[in-house]
Design a protein around this ligand. Sequence first.
Ligand code: MRU
Length: 350
Amino acid sequence: MALQTIEWKNDQIKIIDQTKLPLKLEYLYIRDLKGLWQAIRELKVRGAPALGAAAGLGVYLGIKDSKAKSHAELKREIERIVKYLATSRPTAINLFWGLERMSGVVLKNKDKSPDFIKNELFKEARKIIAEDKIACRKIGLHGAKLFEDRDAVLTICNAGILATIDYGTALGVIYRACEEGKRIKVFACETRPLLQGARLTAWELKRKGIDVTLICDNMAAALMKQGRVKKVIAGADRIAANGDTANKIGTYSLAVLSHIHRIPFYIAAPLSTFDLSIKSGKEIPNEERPAYEVTGLFFKQPVAPKGVKVFNPAFDVTPQQLITAIITDAGIIKPAYKINIKKAFKNAHQ
Ligand code: MRU
């Protein structure tokens, strides 16, 4: 059965509850905004592109039963919804990009009735979903060209089906390479503290019949030294105008290791993950998450003394100098990033 991470079903938002994986494939129906906010905060739905879709469907969910009688009234309600959802998680730009697209619909339809606008908002949310499906496949198509038969690829976190609508960015590239008949061996970093690599990437790759080997995060350097990793590929939560890339904590160390071992280090992301309003990674807001995620093993078994001080940033920023190429739906972007990212956007919007 094909998976879809998030969709609109029975007048609700239907998501795969990712906190239940790999033990159970369980769907969760979300009926109200608070439920969506919590699902995002608790990583029941996660991954930058999936959060873009959650933003789109979330705004519609929040407004669909509105009794607003005028454009101004509806606009005020939507502003409130957008503000609220924007507080769920700070780093993945796709969330804010999705919210902005939904706000744009209201601004564009000043002279239209609330019912008409609601309908347009529904269409926009579904468009965000449809576009992601296409974008991920384009990323796969472009990125697969960089991979050869029998390549061994290291990845971190989950940038696959579960982080997007149904295909993936970094894992989308691997899926496409495999669809082309290339035999790819994947090493998945477990990705402490929340184990997206162990729980999600290993699960979805295995389900697809792809050769995956799970490693603890601190094993990557040894593996590279032994010459067993030919390429590294990761997703992104936000890419600045100069190419600096925020992604799951631990991505930066893999980039440093790749540099030392002369292994190509790729980022795969749709154009919706770029934030051209910021010059560099220094401006990317980083989420700090609760201590119990580090002191306990996936909320269950305690693995640290009670009350110990904890540092738990969810993301880090990989400087653009360490990135060999950024694989996007608009093609492969190579250094010099500042110039070439601009060019890619210009071409894409022509
Ligand atoms: O905290 P998460 O699980 O939402 O972090 C997700 C990542 O870091 C992904 O690599 C990123 O969002 C890209 S998903 C295609």
